[in-house]
Design a protein around this ligand. Structure first.
Ligand code: UDP
Length: 260
């Protein structure tokens, strides 16, 4: 059998050609990077957890009518997705001050923001993903005005839904990053949610202890990354009963259950 074609390799995922035109396979790696890839590492089992968490979140978002690229999960590390033309903008939504906004503006981490903030970053590794305004996005044609509106509206919908979902399991959704893509239908395009939603791109804090259950554990050398990601999966009801010791248990358990 011919080896399938790799379309793209990013920091945490690989995209392969899909089984049908217009589809891709998204493979979740264990690689982790931070600070514009200056810090690199591996978190054993992260890819499996992110694949499962992202499947769950995208499925729920699809159920409330948010259009996404997700089609279905294929196995432990892969999902089938719709091929999109990625909009080169990272959309960050913030409910609580943390990370770069705290650093840049001197706002204490953990401070609830008086209103939700949306920020845009231009996806360019060489430039270190600089923050840009809607003026820049329109001026340089990275997205059109109606697309920008659509992305902001969807980001707010996703925020409202996810804030409630996580609050229901005792987790505060501090901030998160979204990516969007265009799908073409003859001469017309529309915007759908792409990429992934997982503890790699969200800040998730335990509501009572403020314990970090996200990639900040890696960024800040705190350790316990896999345990934190597992805890998120567990609270979302995604871990098999009794399998909380190691993600390898999860892998073995599922392989046995699924017969693969
Ligand atoms: N984020 C991301 N990818 C990036 C930059 C940020 O997923 O390239 C996420 C990050 O995990 C956090 C939110 O976006 O949940 C806001 O990140 P921030 O601007 O505070 O940057 P950081 O402190 O991560 O450098």
């Amino acid at each position: 059998m011919a080896r399938r074609r790799q379309i793209y390799e990013g920091k945490a995922k690989i995209l392969y050609e899909g089984p049908e035109p217009g589809t891709l396979i998204q493979y979740f790696k264990d690689d982790a990077t931070a600070f514009n890839a200056q810090k690199k590492g591996t978190i054993n089992g992260k890819g499996v957890l992110n694949n499962r968490i992202s499947e769950h979140v995208f499925t729920l978002l699809g159920n409330i009518g948010v259009p996404t690229h997700f089609i279905r999960r294929l196995n432990m590390r892969e999902q089938l997705i719709r091929q999109v033309e990625i909009v080169p903008i990272e959309v960050v939504v913030r409910n609580v001050a943390a990370g770069s906004i705290s650093k840049r503006l001197g706002i204490e981490e953990g401070q609830q923001l008086p209103r939700t903030i949306i920020e845009y970053y231009y996806k360019d590794d060489a430039l270190g993903d600089p923050m840009v305004s809607d003026e820049h996005i329109l001026c340089f044609g990275w997205a059109a005005q109606d697309e920008l509106h659509e992305m902001a509206d969807m980001a707010i919908r996703v925020n409202d839904f996810l804030s409630g979902l996580f609050a229901g399991v005792g987790i505060r959704l501090v901030d998160f990053k979204l990516e969007f893509g265009r799908i073409w239908d003859n001469d017309f395009s529309r915007i759908i949610l792409a990429d992934e939603i997982s503890p790699d791109g969200c800040r998730l804090w335990d509501m009572t202890t403020n314990e970090k259950l996200d990639k900040d554990r890696f960024r800040r050398d705190m350790g316990g990354e896999v345990e934190a990601y597992q805890e998120v999966a567990r609270r979302l009801g995604l871990m098999p009963e009794g399998a909380d010791s190691s993600v390898l248990d999860l892998e073995v358990h599922r392989k046995l259950r699924d017969g693969k």
